[in-house]
Design a protein around this ligand. Structure first.
Ligand code: SAH
Ligand code: SF4
Ligand code: F3S
Length: 444
């Protein structure tokens, strides 16, 4: 079966389930952990569920179906998930609730074991490559009263045209590629999301045009390494293992060209993307950002560490100097460009000197925003096997020092906006104060 036939088969299951569910006023609740890619997967899950006749509720006690879409990038999510599944046991007894747990954590064998052993009342477990099969899984549970485990450990395919129920009607997330080939030594993502595979340019353009027609103003292009978009496909074409007979990649064969094509779509006002990798930030991408007026001049450029020694251990494939040069090059090419970043504190072998290098890069670049993480050991990654792990206490102390530096820098930086007028896209009410609106300015 090819991808189209597989999706058609699932559409039949959607019809079957919606027939069974007719006039029952059934509800689902969903909890999404992790990154924007997971959120976008959840939007597709919600789309399928709503076509199957479920409507959304935030109240677990009113739900007939509970879905948890999990993340395993750091350890703290595990305890939280197990606590949550534990809470469902009583509710399941009362309401005959169907429980489905999916996402990245389910691709980890030891987690799957634990769920089977300790939470045998979970009805469905699904992985990152089988989200599209949820209609079939749900059908089997309802019709056959059967527990379903639907996880595959190969690299998933690219499925198009799944139903989708988006969280926002202003900002639309568009996943452009799946998986990751980088194997940074601390990171679990390549093991749970498989190898890189990109969507066809025409499918992405079609999705963005549909969003523009519906009135969406902002597009966020998603992938673990967006600036290697189509790289695997181009390598396969060069090797002769993939033939582009339909001319799918004739006009657009890189991330830079994709940006330029999306920039031309009428109605869209802003384009952002996460995450690019510094090692793949080629000049064509920098020029595309500079030339495309809709692309936000606010770039998320994950640093992870400022120490060349640590970057090598992390398998990041750039040095401190290369990162700083890249920032300089971008500042030169793109007027008023601003940066945000991700930093990991306390990876194995990090010395005081290494950490000082990280602080040094933070001082030099002057990030608008820094997402800071304490290193969390992940089973199955090289980082977990390394000796000289850093004691928790030192990790926390360094984290606090980094946090203080970042906060001080941002406070000083924000002063320059006081009294200025900025064009903003209002995104909704503030989460903290209903009398205020949340906004992002053109750069941000
Ligand atoms: N593909 C993206 C982000 C992936 S995960 C990138 O390469 O930038 C998001 C962030 O989580 C990473 O940037 C990293 O800072 C952090 N992270 C990943 N693994 C981690 C770990 N084991 N412990 C702590 N933080 C981690
Ligand atoms: Fe993880 Fe590195 Fe891939 Fe990002 S690029 S997902 S940090 S392995
Ligand atoms: Fe987490 Fe999976 Fe995203 S591990 S960060 S939800 S790709």
């Amino acid at each position: 079966m090819n991808e189209l036939q597989e999706i058609e088969e699932q559409r039949q299951y959607i019809k079957k389930v919606s027939k069974i569910n007719e006039n029952k006023n059934l509800k689902y609740t969903i909890l999404t952990m992790g990154c924007k890619l997971n959120e976008n997967d959840s939007e597709k899950i919600c789309g399928m569920l709503e076509e199957m006749g479920y409507s959304r509720t935030e109240d677990i006690n009113k739900a007939n179906l509970a879905i948890y879409n999990t993340c395993c990038v750091r350890e703290n999510a595990e305890e939280r998930l197990f606590g949550k599944i534990g809470e469902l046991k009583q509710i399941k007894k009362k309401n005959n609730l169907i429980i489905a747990i999916g996402g990245c954590m389910m691709q980890e064998p030891h987690i799957l074991e634990k769920i089977k052993k300790s939470f045998n009342y979970v009805d469905i477990v699904f992985g990152t490559h089988t989200i599209h099969k949820l209609p079939e899984d749900i059908y089997k549970v309802i019709e056959k009263q059967k527990r379903v485990e639907d996880i595959i450990d190969i690299d998933g395919k690219v499925y198009e045209d799944l139903p989708i129920r988006r969280d926002s009607n202003i900002q639309g997330s568009v996943t452009i590629m799946y998986g990751c080939n980088n194997f940074c030594s601390y990171c679990i993502v390549p093991y749970v999301r498989g190898r890189e595979r990109s969507r066809k340019p025409s499918d992405i353009i079609k999705e963005v045009k549909e969003l523009a027609n519906k009135g969406y103003k902002e597009i966020i292009l998603l992938g673990q390494n967006v600036n290697s978009y189509l790289r695997s496909e181009m390598e396969a074409i060069a090797k002769g293992t993939l033939k582009d007979e339909a001319g799918d990649y004739k006009e657009i064969d890189s991330f830079a060209k994709l940006l330029r094509a999306i920039n031309k779509i009428e109605g869209i006002e802003r384009i952002r993307f996460i995450s690019p990798h510094p090692k793949d930030f080629t000049m064509d991408v920098i020029e595309a950002i500079r030339d495309c007026e809709k692309v936000c001049k606010f770039i998320h450029l994950p640093l992870q560490s400022g120490s060349t020694k640590m970057l090598k251990i992390m398998n990041r494939k750039y040095t401190k100097e290369q990162y700083l040069d890249l920032v300089e090059k971008m500042k030169k090419e793109i007027p008023n460009v601003k940066f945000s970043t991700d930093i990991i504190v306390g990876f194995a072998g990090e010395t005081e000197e290494d950490f000082e290098d990280t602080l040094d890069v933070v001082r030099k670049v002057g990030f608008e925003q820094v997402y800071m993480f304490i290193y969390s050991r992940r089973k199955g990654t090289p980082g977990d096997e390394m000796e000289n792990q850093i004691p928790e206490e030192i990790k926390h102390k360094r984290f606090d020092r980094l946090k203080k530096l970042v906060e001080d820098q941002i406070a000083i930086d924000n002063e320059k906006y006081v009294g200025t007028i900025q064009k903003v896209l209002v995104e909704g009410l503030s989460k903290n104060n209903e009398n205020m609106l949340t906004r992002k300015n053109r750069n941000k």
